[in-house]
Unconditional design. Structure first.
Length: 343
């Protein structure tokens, strides 16, 4: 069996070309080396919040965005970053954005409570890999999610990466669909994931993120599913020893604001916010890729064994009825699923 390398040259080339392409486009259009500074009628504060720790790439993306916005506005904007759930959990942050207490966040699983069709990106094995995810997020899928978000009061400015998700297990590696049968897997409280894991034969067990380590340590669950960077940051390799490359979920994460707040801002500042958000997303994705590549070596040094799925096609076929049912049951989801499948 040929080992698939998830951080291979194609994916790195994709990111490098994205950065070079953006730079070339600016040069070809004659963009100034130093963008013009805009002045606002009054100084404003932007609060950006995430539940992730300070060393997670979201924060790198926010910091890049902060520097760009503060530079482009000559200090008229104070861009404040709150990480590690300092302003509350995901739902609290989303509610705070709509209420105006928080200005910027990153939509994830809890955001689907406001924009239900977004859950399509949590459907196991629907998005193939990182390259497809980037293309979808920056193209038709990103536009359509943004349109649905707007009807719920959100403005989507760009899409960060949360990497691709894989399986981690305590007792034995998952290499085939048969291996997944009866395995008690920790999942997020998300119907798309729960229904998907059940269809694949596992026993999905919803648990909050802070409880994962202890649940694995005590054997409450047999495994979990995360990106490799999260595995190393949380030191899950201390309680699970097998890592299965699966890319079972590859999810774009929308950078969100209140639509009403965004539209209340001066038009030239709206343009700066949008442009610099997309620039920050390119940087955040590159940081994620780079840190994930080094995370693999850290996990291996700490005794984690890496394997791959031998029968990925079977997992995909097992999921098709779940995709179809989700599309029928969730308004707006069928259109998004079709967009993904046709890409």
């Amino acid at each position: 069996m040929t080992r698939r390398k998830p951080f291979d040259r194609r994916r790195r080339r994709f990111l490098n070309l994205s950065v070079l392409g953006a730079a070339s486009l600016l040069v070809s259009r004659g963009a100034p080396a130093q963008p013009a500074i805009i002045k606002l009628p009054k100084k404003i504060t932007l609060k950006a919040a995430t539940i992730t720790p300070e060393n997670f790439p979201y924060v790198d993306g926010f910091r890049s965005w902060k520097n760009a916005i503060e530079s482009r506005t000559g200090g008229d904007v104070d861009f404040q970053i709150y990480h590690t759930a300092q302003l509350g959990d995901e739902r609290t942050i989303n509610e705070g954005i709509l209420a105006g207490a928080i200005h910027i966040g990153v939509g994830a699983g809890a955001w689907a409570g406001f924009v239900p069709a977004y859950n399509v990106v949590e459907l196991p094995f629907l998005i193939r890999d990182m390259a497809q995810m980037y293309s979808l997020a920056d193209g038709a899928l990103g536009v359509k999610i943004g349109e649905q978000a707007a009807s719920k009061g959100f403005k989507v400015l760009a899409y960060f990466s949360a990497g691709d998700q894989h399986f981690q297990t305590r007792k034995a590696p998952i290499q085939s669909l048969a291996d997944f049968k009866g395995v008690k897997m920790r999942v997020i409280q998300n119907r798309a994931v729960i229904d998907g894991f059940r269809a694949l034969g596992a026993v999905p067990t919803p648990l909050p993120y802070p409880e994962i380590y202890t649940a694995l340590q005590q054997g409450t669950v047999d495994g979990t599913a995360n990106d490799l960077l999260t595995v190393t940051l949380a030191k899950f390799y201390e309680v699970v020893k097998f890592f299965t490359w699966s890319s079972y979920v590859v999810e774009p994460r929308p950078v969100i604001m209140s639509k009403a707040f965004f539209e209340s801002l001066p038009a030239d500042f709206q343009a700066v916010l949008s442009d610099t958000a997309r620039e920050a997303a390119v940087i955040e994705r590159k940081v994620f890729e780079d840190r994930t590549a080094s995370a693999r070596e850290e996990a291996k040094k700490n005794g984690m064994t890496f394997v791959e799925l031998s029968d990925r096609d079977k997992w995909v076929e097992a999921m098709r009825p779940v995709w179809e049912e989700f599309g029928k049951a969730t308004p707006g989801a069928a259109e998004l699923i079709k967009t993904i499948q046709s890409s």
